[in-house]
Design a protein around this ligand. Structure first.
Ligand SMILES: Cc1cc2nc3c(=O)[nH]c(=O)nc-3n(C[C@H](O)[C@H](O)[C@H](O)COP(=O)(O)OP(=O)(O)OC[C@H]3O[C@@H](n4cnc5c(N)ncnc54)[C@H](O)[C@@H]3O)c2cc1C
Length: 452
């Protein structure tokens, strides 16, 4: 058993840290010997999921971070094979000097390959490259029947697709083989286009996606009246000339301890918005370093501590293209009406490329991400309201950002959830899955194995 610590938390910090943590070797042996009991295990990557999908409070989580060996890297083709605990930051460090970058990166580089696969994460280029799973050639998976499965689109294809986006429920991902993307440099030639309201954003979004590898919009959630919905659309392509080595400097700022209350109140948000978005990021073209462009929040270590001891909830919704012009303003208006400013409000268009994953969050349409300090019942009531608008618009709520959605919201967001439940390894369970699929009447663990 590994000594548990605050390290084993999820990013939103609304859950207590995990109490039972196993080293990989211990869990590996229990699985190989067929000794793991139902619902007793869950792999843990780097805890960058916001809610309870990386926790198993009735069982033991397995720390995968020490398993980070690079097995093979082909500089001719960009094929990388590594153990699942390797972080994307390390992939970039290895691959950049050879002209490669991960085809899909989320908004932090401190995620493991296993976590990126298990949540089938997306980046600012979903409209071009789809989700992470679109670039996973193969993986190996250890299950509680004592076997290790080689999985790819042609071998154990059912397990392959259930494991992409499978939130750790199909077993332990041991290794991942990934196709990296060739890039001329790590830097991004960035264009910043201000928009005065959401209608202007929607008019710009599709054409911007057509011309750019990356695009994402920041909304000024504090603006109201005729400024409501104003924001900046940041878009870009890898610059033809620029850095070809990872920037390894530590974050310039760090939050050294958790303040006793959230400091993210309205005056602070106003200052932040003004300083970061609305003054420094002027309209026009510039060359952005890759860390600032892709991972701006990594620039302040432990920034989630600013939310105080009660943590933060993130709400990420996706709604179909046809419903977005109505649903997105409604979502933003609901948060404004509730008097709860979102610290970071991000809007982006997802493209049509389908993931090979059985269950995956991205789908064609628009995705809105909102962060709220946890003010207890009134924040939970607002989040329920956001769920209602999302589901009413035919959309879905992101499970790996969630710590509280109802089972009904989950089922409406992912009607295919029973197919993942059928592929779940009986020894694996998460708090998220118990809270949602468990209440929907998911099969018992014993029948899960038999159904394969
Ligand atoms: C600042 C910030 C920005 C973000 N931006 C984005 C974004 O733009 N797009 C996006 O999609 N996500 C984003 N995320 C969320 C993050 O990318 C995902 O939650 C990611 O999956 C976390 O990976 P992790 O390694 O920390 O895994 P964890 O959070 O520890 O675990 C995630 C899931 O993976 C499973 N898992 C981990 N390792 C293994 C393994 N070896 N075998 C089997 N299962 C495993 C866990 O059981 C769990 O279900 C962001 C998060 C933060 C904090």
């Amino acid at each position: 058993m590994v000594k548990p610590s605050a390290d084993y938390q999820s990013f939103g910090r609304t859950q207590p840290p995990a109490r039972q943590v196993a080293a990989f070797d211990e869990a590996h042996k229990a699985l190989a010997d067929g000794l793991a009991s139902p619902g007793s295990l869950l792999a843990y990557g780097n805890g960058r999921s916001y809610g309870d999908s990386c926790h198993n409070s009735a069982g033991t989580i397995i720390d995968m971070r020490p398993r980070k060996r690079v097995i093979a890297f082909d500089v001719e083709t960009g094929r990388l094979e590594a153990e699942a605990g390797l972080m994307l930051s390390e992939v970039i460090r290895l691959a950049a000097p050879h002209g490669y970058f991960p085809a899909v990166v989320p908004g932090t580089q401190f995620v493991t390959l296993g976590g990126a696969v298990a949540n089938d994460v997306h980046g600012k280029n979903h409209h071009r490259r789809g989700s992470f799973g679109c670039h996973v050639e193969s993986l190996t998976l250890q299950r509680s029947d004592g076997r290790t499965y080689a999985c790819s689109p042609t071998e154990n294809a059912g397990l392959y697709s259930a494991t992409l986006g499978g939130m750790g429920l199909t077993g332990i991902i041991l290794t991942v083989a990934l196709r990296l993307m060739r890039v001329p440099s790590l830097d991004v030639a960035e264009t910043v286009q201000p928009f005065r309201n959401l209608a202007e954003y929607f008019d710009l979004a599709e054409a911007t996606d057509r011309d750019n590898e990356y695009a994402v919009a920041w909304i000024d959630q504090l603006a109201s009246g005729r400024n409501a919905g104003r924001g900046l659309l940041l878009a870009g392509n890898h610059a033809p000339h620029g850095a070809r080595a990872a920037d390894l400097r530590p974050a310039r700022l760090s939050v050294p301890f958790q303040p006793p209350v959230t400091v993210l109140n309205r005056p602070f948000l106003k200052l932040f918005n003004r300083a970061y978005n609305w003054r420094r990021r002027r309209a026009g073209d510039s060359i952005a370093g890759y860390r600032g462009f892709f991972f701006p929040l990594d620039g302040v270590g432990n920034w989630n501590r600013l939310y105080g001891p009660n943590g933060l909830y993130q709400h990420q919704s996706v709604v179909p293209e046809a419903a977005a012009r109505q649903a997105v303003p409604e979502l933003l208006a609901a948060a404004r009406r509730a008097g709860q400013g979102s610290f970071l409000t991000v809007l982006k268009r997802f493209g049509a490329q389908r993931s090979p994953a059985l269950m995956s969050f991205p789908r064609p349409g628009y995705t809105l991400t909102l962060d709220f300090p946890n003010h207890g019942a009134r924040t939970l009531a607002l989040l329920d309201e956001l769920d209602r608008i999302t589901v009413g618009a035919g959309g879905g709520v992101n499970p790996y950002k969630d710590a509280r959605m109802s089972a009904a919201t989950f089922a409406a967001s992912f009607p295919e959830w029973q197919r993942l439940e059928a592929m779940r390894d009986p020894a694996f369970m998460s708090d998220f899955w118990a809270r949602t699929a468990g209440r929907l009447g998911g099969r018992s663990g014993a029948t899960a194995q038999a159904a394969e």
